[in-house]
Design a protein around this ligand. Structure first.
Ligand code: IMP
Length: 180
């Protein structure tokens, strides 16, 4: 049982689902006011459960896509953002909503945002399930944040440790003996 590796639960499935409903309503209202419909781009693999939860609450016609960038190896940032898998859809002259699991140092999102503008996107907004502001090294904030979390390594609801624990339906902190 992977849940036995968890020291404490930070956010329950119910809390996350409720927050996703609120976020989706707020995001939809904002795009309606702007009169634009974004392409929704999930960053693989951590955004998958959050993206699924979010997009089913939208009522506008969603175009979704995914890309994979990597900056992480285990619990340490290696500070090097690579595009491992690019999108299929073009974002030229479109607004883009990037869906991310967590903003940590901010390096990934800063690079991804720059890349979308370079590719001709007219607007790039970010929605992140979690924010860890204490760890920021790049001056970037998500436009929409589900929850702010303390400076601890968290797993579950898409977030992994060495590719495991993404399938936990809650956000938790691992027991230290698992990653030490
Ligand atoms: P950043 O570029 O440092 O902001 O890192 C963003 C990426 O690092 C996220 O998309 C996650 O994949 C990973 N990451 C950062 N903090 C955690 C964590 O606490 N648990 C699991 N993955 C994390």
């Amino acid at each position: 049982m992977i849940s036995s590796d968890i020291e404490k639960v930070l956010l329950t499935e119910e809390q996350i689902e409720q927050r996703c409903i609120e976020l989706a309503q707020q995001i939809e209202r904002d795009y309606e006011e702007e009169g634009t419909v974004p392409i929704i781009v999930g960053l693989l693999k951590g955004s998958i459960p959050f993206m699924a939860e979010l997009i089913k609450r939208f009522t506008f016609p969603c175009e979704i896509d995914f890309m994979s960038v990597s900056s992480y190896d285990g619990t340490e940032s290696i500070g090097d953002v690579r595009i491992e898998k690019d999108m299929d859809l073009s974002t030229k002259s479109r607004s883009v909503l990037v869906v991310e699991d967590i903003v940590d140092t901010g390096r990934t999102l800063a690079e991804v945002k720059k890349m979308f503008f370079n590719k001709g996107a007219t607007d790039v907004k970010i929605v992140s399930l979690l924010d860890k502001p204490d760890r920021r090294v790049v001056d970037i904030e998500a436009d929409y944040i589900g929850f702010t979390v303390p400076n601890e390594f968290v797993v579950g609801y898409g977030l992994d440790f060495n590719q495991k624990y993404r399938n936990l339906p809650f956000i938790g902190v691992l027991k230290p003996e698992i990653y030490e």
